[in-house]
Design a protein. Structure first.
Length: 180
């Protein structure tokens, strides 16, 4: 649980994130399915890292994240770039002109809103994958047959036992039959 004070709010806002503070003061946020987010208050940076393998989907998530922060005025437009670690993307947090504004609180608050915006998509994907697993592991009566329902036979379907089915051999057989 993190408490943040956002400008023009009377009380602290409590938000729940899977977050940790490192020994050097960085804040690691692990709530997103695809990326880890690191807020570096000392360097005024936000950095994202891929959780697993880096791919074009990971870049799309990182790009959406930094576009979100840019639209909210948290990260400066010209500062978003590839990080020094493979697959990372980083941006510089804008400096607040008002001394009453805590940029760290604003950054955490907006990261929370990005995660909240992304959550329905990932929830849908998890539900879809679960539905697909259930479809294959627990089929309905309409999509399955009981043991013994289909009678046994030495040959079934279009594949006859004892024949070689390499693709080139079959095409050779078809050409021979056409010549006859």
């Amino acid at each position: 649980m993190i408490s943040v004070k956002v400008h023009q709010q009377k009380e602290l806002i409590q938000i729940e994130l899977k977050a940790r503070k490192t020994l050097d003061g960085n804040i690691l946020i692990f709530d997103h399915q695809e990326i880890d987010i690191v807020i570096m208050p000392e360097k005024n940076k936000v950095v994202t890292f891929a959780k697993d393998d880096y791919s074009s989907e990971i870049y799309e998530v990182q790009n959406r994240f930094f576009e979100f922060l840019k639209r909210r005025g948290i990260v400066t437009y010209e500062s978003v770039r590839g990080g020094s670690i493979y697959g990372s993307l980083e941006g510089t947090v804008a400096e607040a002109k008002d001394p009453d504004i805590n940029t760290l609180d604003y950054t955490i608050y907006n990261v929370y809103h990005f995660l909240k915006e992304e959550k329905p998509y990932y929830d849908y994907m998890e539900d879809y994958e679960q539905m697909l697993d259930d479809y294959y592991t627990e089929p309905t009566g309409e999509d399955s047959t009981e043991l013994g329902e289909v009678p046994q036979s030495s040959e079934k379907g279009s594949i006859r036992p004892g024949y070689n089915y390499a693709p080139y051999w079959m095409s050779y057989m078809l050409e021979e039959e056409k010549k006859k």
